[in-house]
Design a protein around this ligand. Structure first.
Ligand code: ZN
Ligand code: ZN
Ligand code: ZN
Length: 370
């Protein structure tokens, strides 16, 4: 049955493509038809508010005959106000990329103020059609998917910076970032749930996170980590490096003066070598929990990744519980993969035994000073 003047609404493929939403240019009225396909939701919207939505695929005539499904919509289209807007939404997941426009100033204990930039990818979909439409169309009056995605992207960057800031307060330094990217991704993902609820958006994946450091800081971090492998620390390495540079410059430099170039180089390296040897017996090493090698039984330092005796990997299968949120934490992780709290910085309250962050001055459980 077709009624004169009635129109059929559908989301044309030409408008669809990679658009998460489409706002119909015409208003819908009583007796119009609306086509909803498998991967779509049709939202009826009026006066800045969602009236109802249909997410079952079919062709619906907006007449009283179809009351079970379109009844509430038909009701909205009768009486004084007889029109509503139709907004189509896609159900599928979308991929987006984020990247910071402004650098994030990160105050690092070793390197001072470091400008970070973060890049990565996220996957998202609409989790609540009503929130999505209210937020993007009702509040912000967005009409295109590009505007929506831009907004989500900006919010993801805000979230990345929030997480980095909190983890920094938990003891994360720029030199730890590279080895904690997966944890950082997970913390961003778990925090995104609450953050994007209001937007009617669910972020279901954060991947490819890359945090770039200024070139000179990156160099220093790289140098330092390669020196840690050798057992020498960064300052000692620099001393050795400076002596070698001086030696290679015969016209000046203390090490080069009076001695041959070869001797100078030798001296630099001998010095570095003796420093390295003196490093091997740290004078007052903090006591560390030992890890027993599962293969040969040797007790190893908790920081060892491989057995000092037989070389077997020391991967303890024991996960621990995060004292902050209770999530399972993989062995020897510094940060909780769920909430980002610094596990190694928790301490026990002497009065009630509660686990509290090492930076707390008072126990949040019993209030006693720590
Ligand atoms: Zn062993
Ligand atoms: Zn946690
Ligand atoms: Zn306490």
């Amino acid at each position: 049955m077709s009624i004169i003047g009635a129109e059929t609404f559908k989301w044309e493929d030409a408008d669809k493509r990679n658009n998460i939403m489409f706002r119909m240019p015409r208003n819908i009225r009583f007796n119009d038809n609306i086509v909803v396909r498998e991967d779509e939701i049709a939202v009826f919207f009026r006066d800045g508010k969602v009236l109802a939505y249909i997410d079952r695929p079919d062709r619906y005539a907006l007449t009283s005959i179809n009351a079970p499904i379109v009844g509430p919509i038909v009701k909205f289209l009768s009486g004084v106000q007889q029109q509503a807007e139709v907004i189509y939404l896609q159900k599928r997941v979308f991929d987006g990329k984020f990247g910071s426009k402004q650098p994030y100033p990160f105050r690092d204990k070793e390197f001072g103020l470091v400008n970070l930039r973060a890049f990565g990818e996220f996957r998202y979909k609409i989790s609540s059609p009503a929130n999505f439409v209210n937020q993007f169309i009702g509040t912000l009056n967005f009409a295109t998917s590009a505007e929506v995605e831009e907004r989500i992207r900006e919010q993801v960057v805000v979230l990345v910076y929030d997480v980095l800031g909190d983890m920094k307060n938990q003891g994360l330094g720029v030199a730890d970032i590279a080895s904690n990217l997966t944890t950082i991704e997970q913390v961003i993902l778990s925090r995104s749930k609450d953050h994007f609820d209001l937007y009617g958006v669910l972020i279901d994946k954060i991947s490819g996170l890359y945090i770039s450091l200024p070139e000179e800081v990156q160099k220093a971090v790289d140098t330092r980590s390669s020196m840690q492998v050798l057992g020498a620390n960064y300052i000692q390495y620099q001393t050795g490096q400076a002596m070698r540079d001086a030696a290679q410059n015969p016209s000046g430099g203390a090490a080069g003066a009076g001695v041959g170039v070869g001797a100078g180089i030798g001296m630099g390296w001998t010095m570095l070598d003796s420093m390295r040897q003196s490093q091997q017996v740290p004078p007052a090493a903090p006591p560390q929990a030992a890890i027993r090698c599962p293969k040969c039984g040797t007790q190893n330092l908790a920081t060892n990744k491989f057995c000092a005796e037989c070389g077997s990997p020391l991967t303890s299968t024991q996960t621990s519980k995060c004292p902050n949120c209770g999530a399972d934490v993989p062995p020897r992780s510094k940060f909780c993969p769920s909430c980002g709290v610094n596990i190694s910085s928790m301490k026990k309250c002497g009065n009630c035994g509660a686990e509290v962050p090492a930076t707390s001055k008072f126990c949040p459980e019993c209030g006693k000073p720590l």
